[in-house]
Design a binder for this molecule. Structure first.
Ligand SMILES: Nc1nc2c(ncn2[C@@H]2O[C@H](COP(=O)(O)OP(=O)(O)O)[C@@H](O)[C@H]2O)c(=O)[nH]1
Ligand SMILES: [Mg+2]
Length: 261
């Protein structure tokens, strides 16, 4: 049974769902201010109730100043790690805090803090959750998807990853296993925490994203994808993902999960 129909609580709540946008951020001074502004503007124009939750993972640039500045304008929750713990730890703390502050009908969105993910797509993802999906992935592999500014070798590695995961972990509705831009029905995330506890996010590096999905696919949830316009050309600064390290860690994870651990 999908998470959407597993609780009677939701129908008794009167306030409209709130969107909680969780952003892991590490040294994102070049992108964060503009992104926060775009998220705030987009969701305000769409008349959606929202909060933005940023996990500042020990940034040593102006990221904390930007957060202080934007907290005056937008509903911002900030979690700070005194030192850099990595994307896995940021996602772990961000999702957990978001699940704690959310009520059953709320929607939790994760996205990169680097401006390559468009806030406009949140509207469509939220709509899909309202239609009944429990988890919606912004996907590079749906008709209508487009990728701008990504190097060819990263495009091919991502495509290879998609084919590999689809072959080994076929999941109805899912083609893009690695993208960090997702929307979760809060109730679905709670179900995942009830099943896995804190081990829901226990991978250190960038492979944490795919791992959450591999765990959630075992639950009775409905997955869907929205075609994404990936604007890698808008990203200022270089990628923080170490390609070789992440690829090897992802292959190790794939093997581990394949043999059921
Ligand atoms: N919290 C935290 N976030 C990180 C770290 N490294 C990267 N990120 C964030 O993770 C997201 C993805 O990183 P990014 O450089 O955009 O990777 P790419 O899009 O795959 O090239 C961005 O929002 C980064 O700020 C880290 O060590 N800690
Ligand atoms: Mg990115």
């Amino acid at each position: 049974m999908p998470a959407s129909s597993s609780s009677g609580r939701s129908s008794t709540e009167s306030r409209p769902p709130r969107i909680i946008v969780a952003l892991p951020a590490y040294n994102e001074e070049a992108n964060l201010g503009n992104l926060l502004h775009r998220i705030g503007q987009t969701l305000t124009e769409a008349r959606l109730d929202f909060s933005i939750l940023v996990v500042d993972d020990g940034s040593r640039d102006r990221t904390p100043d930007i957060l202080r500045e934007y907290a005056r304008e937008w509903p911002l929750i900030v979690e700070t790690h005194p030192r850099n713990l990595g994307l896995g730890a940021a996602l772990r703390d961000g999702l957990k805090r978001a699940a704690e502050v959310a009520s059953a009908r709320d929607i939790i969105v994760t996205m990169d803090a680097d401006e390559s993910h468009s806030p406009g797509l949140i509207i469509r993802m939220v709509q899909m959750i309202r239609e009944g999906y429990d988890v919606v992935i912004a996907s590079r592999y749906q008709p209508g998807s487009r990728v701008c500014g990504l190097t060819l070798h990263r495009i091919w590695i991502s495509r290879f990853a998609s084919l590999l995961f689809r072959a080994i972990f076929p999941t109805p509705g899912v083609r893009d296993f690695t993208c960090g831009f997702r929307a979760y029905r809060a109730e679905a995330l709670r179900l995942a925490y009830a099943r896995y506890g804190d081990s829901l996010v226990d991978q250190e590096g960038f492979q944490c994203m795919v791992d959450v999905l591999l765990k959630m696919r075992r639950l009775p949830l409905v997955f869907g994808e929205a075609p994404m316009l990936l604007r890698y050309d808008l990203k200022k600064g270089s990628s923080k993902m170490r390609l070789m390290k992440t690829s090897l860690a992802t292959l190790r994870l794939l093997w581990k999960r394949r043999i059921g651990r």
